[in-house]
Design a binder for this molecule. Structure first.
Ligand code: GDP
Length: 300
C-alpha cells in the first residue's frame, strides 16, 4: 500500500489552503464566513457538516481574537478531525475463522473502481502473507470477469468465475467453497453494480450474501465510491447502503480530486467509516484511511 501522505499532498491542497488563507484574515466579517462556507461546500463536505464546522469555528475564533498561523491551523485541524470522526473504528475485518476464510463483499455502482479495489486489496493481503481467492460475481458484463482474472494473475490470487449471464450468487458460493477447500485466509467477492431497480439490486445482493452465509460469514461489505462524482455518487451510494449492511467505504480516485470533503459527507450520511482509499490505478495504490494523515495533507 502506498503512503497516504505523499500521495495526497499533491491533490488535496485546494480545500486546506483556501481555508487557511480565509481564516488567517485579520477581520473575519460575514462575507469571509460565507466564503469559508462556500469553500467547504465546493469541496463536497456537505451542507450539515459545513454548517456545524462554521458555527464551531466562529465561536472559537471569537474567543481567540487575533490568531497566529499555527493557531488557525490547529483550529482547522481539530474541526476537520471532529467532522471526519478521528476515533471511528476503521479496522478491516479480514481474519479467518478457524478453517473458514474471512469474506469481503465489494459492492457499488459500475465504474467506481470495484474490480480495481478488489485487485489492490488482494495484492495488499497477499503482501501481508495471506492467501486469497477472488470471486467474479459480476456475471453481467463480459469483460468484468476477464478484468478480475487479469488482476488475479497479476497479484497471485485464484479467480473463481462462472458462465456469462450466470447466477452471481452461485459464483460467490463457489468462490467461498474454493476458499475453504484451499484453506485460504480471505475470499473477496466482486459484485455487479447495476443500479437497475432498488428491489432488483436488493434481491441480487441479498441472495449473494445469503448464499455465502451457508458456508461462511460475510465479515466486510465494502461499498466503493468514486470521490470524483461528488454528491451524485453519494445518491447512488445511499441506495446501496439501503439494500445491504455496509461495514466500510472505499473511496476511490482521491488522486483525481482536490475535493477531499466527500469523506466527511459520506461517513456522516451513511454512518459507516471510510476504511480504504484508492490513490491511483496501480496495484499498490490503495491505502488504509488515516484521518490524521489525511487532515495534515489537506492543510499542507
Ligand atoms: P468497476 O466497474 O466498479 O469494477 O470499476 P473498475 O475497477 O473497472 O474501475 C473503473 C476505472 O477507474 C478503471 O479505469 C480504473 O483503473 C479506474 N480506477 C479505479 N480506482 C482508481 C483510483 O483510485 N484512482 C484512479 N485514478 N483510477 C482508478
Amino acid at each position: 500500500m502506498v503512503r497516504l501522505r505523499a500521495r495526497l499532498a499533491r491533490s488535496q491542497s485546494t480545500l486546506g489552503k483556501g481555508l487557511l488563507e480565509l481564516l488567517s484574515r485579520d477581520r473575519l466579517d460575514d462575507d469571509t464566513w460565507d466564503e469559508i462556507e462556500e469553500t467547504l461546500i465546493t469541496a463536497d463536505v456537505g451542507v450539515a457538516p459545513t454548517q456545524a464546522m462554521v458555527e464551531e469555528l466562529r465561536t472559537k475564533v471569537k474567543v481567540l481574537g487575533s490568531r497566529t498561523p499555527a493557531e488557525v491551523r490547529g483550529l482547522l485541524k481539530e474541526q476537520l478531525l471532529t467532522q471526519i470522526g478521528a476515533d471511528l473504528d476503521r479496522t478491516l475485518h479480514v481474519k479467518p475463522h478457524g478453517e473458514r476464510p474471512a469474506v469481503v463483499l465489494v459492492v457499488g455502482v459500475n465504474g467506481t473502481g470495484k474490480t480495481t479495489t478488489t485487485g489492490k486489496l488482494a495484492r495488499s493481503l497477499i503482501g501481508d502473507g495471506k492467501k486469497v481467492v477472488l470471486g467474479a460475481a459480476d456475471t453481467f458484463r463480459a469483460a468484468a470477469a476477464d478484468q478480475l482474472q487479469t488482476w488475479g494473475d497479476r497479484v497471485g490470487a485464484e479467480v473463481v468465475r462462472g458462465p456469462e449471464g450466470g447466477d452471481p450468487a452461485s459464483v460467490a458460493f463457489d468462490a467461498v467453497a474454493k476458499g475453504i477447500e484451499d484453506k485460504v485466509d480471505v475470499v473477496i467477492v466482486d459484485t455487479a453494480g447495476r443500479l437497475h431497480t432498488k428491489t432488483g439490486l436488493m434481491d441480487e445482493l441479498g441472495k449473494v450474501k445469503r448464499v455465502i452465509e451457508k458456508k461462511a460469514t460475510v465479515d466486510e461489505v465494502l461499498l466503493v465510491l468514486d470521490a470524483t462524482t461528488g454528491q451524485n455518487g453519494m445518491r447512488q451510494a445511499r441506495v446501496f447502503a439501503e439494500v445491504v449492511d455496509v461495514t466500510g467505504i472505499t473511496l476511490t480516485k482521491l488522486d483525481g480530486t482536490a475535493k477531499g470533503g466527500i469523506i466527511i459527507s459520506v461517513q456522516r450520511e451513511l454512518g459507516v467509516p471510510v476504511k480504504l482509499v484508492g490513490l491511483g490505478e496501480g496495484p499498490d495504490d490503495l491505502a488504509p484511511f488515516d484521518p490524521e494523515v489525511f487532515v495534515d495533507a489537506l492543510l499542507g
